[in-house]
Design a protein around this ligand. Structure first.
Ligand code: PGA
Length: 246
């Protein structure tokens, strides 16, 4: 199974549902539709209406983040996994570099994963090194730490997807070299296998578009993609899927 996840970030109003309609009608007619799953993570404001319209179809709705507590609390502006589940989210991203930059530590991320799973949300756990770490050849050490400080054997691997997103690649148009990326993905799967017995799916994210997808598809170890910028444009998002299977 492959995954194409569209992370909308701070984008979208109710009428943006037309984007999901287009993706859904493409999916319904696509002969490859049983080979992959589409998940969209709109902002919190749109989860409920989108989930009502699409969860019974083939486009699944997730959140971009969740708070590190279970249900209700007195933390202003926080949204818990319980609340997300109650409006129809099926997934949540955890550990996106935007949120790590805002202060999400490994300890916080561990609570987020724990409470998300407890509320039956599947977790897309994001990891990735920054430019300096890459330059200093620290990529594998960094990834190892990000994974082992947060995931543990009590988490069920069927409920987790890992997304490798090098920070220097997000929104920059820069992508990793093919050989390097292949090695990194294999390394990530090795670490995950040690912790979870078998590796969950590992996705790539960072400047994926309808053109460079042709390079990524040659790396069979990549189980799917987390797509930011290009997911806001239905044609580009659909072309990513089309070109992947071409
Ligand atoms: P990008 O974002 O595709 O715009 O680089 C990816 C992400 O941040 O998930």
């Amino acid at each position: 199974m492959r995954y194409f996840i569209g992370n909308w970030k701070m984008f979208g109003v109710p009428k943006s549902i037309y984007i999901l309609n287009k993706i859904n009608s493409f999916h319904t007619r696509d002969k490859n539709r049983n080979k992959y799953r589409v998940i969209i993570t709109p902002p919190y404001t749109l989860i409920e209406t989108f989930a009502k319209n699409f969860n019974s179809k083939k486009v699944l709705i997730g959140a971009q983040n969740c708070y590190q507590k279970n249900q209700f609390s007195s933390d202003t502006s926080a949204i818990s996994p319980f609340m997300l589940k109650s409006v129809g989210a099926k997934f949540t991203l955890v550990g996106h570099s935007d949120n790590r930059a805002e202060g999400d530590t490994n300890e916080i991320l561990k609570s987020k994963v724990t409470f998300a799973l407890k509320n039956n949300l599947k977790v897309v756990f994001c990891i990735g090194e920054n430019k300096k770490e890459k330059k200093n050849n620290k990529t594998l050490v960094v990834l190892n730490k990000q994974i082992s400080k947060v995931l543990n054997k009590k988490f069920h691997r069927n409920k987790i997807i890992v997304a490798y997103e090098p920070i220097w690649s997000i929104g920059t148009g820069k992508i990793p070299k093919k050989n390097e990326l292949k090695k990194t993905i294999i390394h990530i799967k090795k670490i995950l296998k040690k912790i979870l017995k078998k590796s969950p799916p590992v996705l790539y994210g960072g400047s994926v578009d309808n053109n460079n997808i042709r390079e990524f598809k040659e790396i069979k170890e990549i189980d799917g993609f987390l797509i930011g910028g290009a997911s806001k444009n239905p044609k580009k998002f659909i072309d990513i899927i089309r070109n992947y299977y071409r």
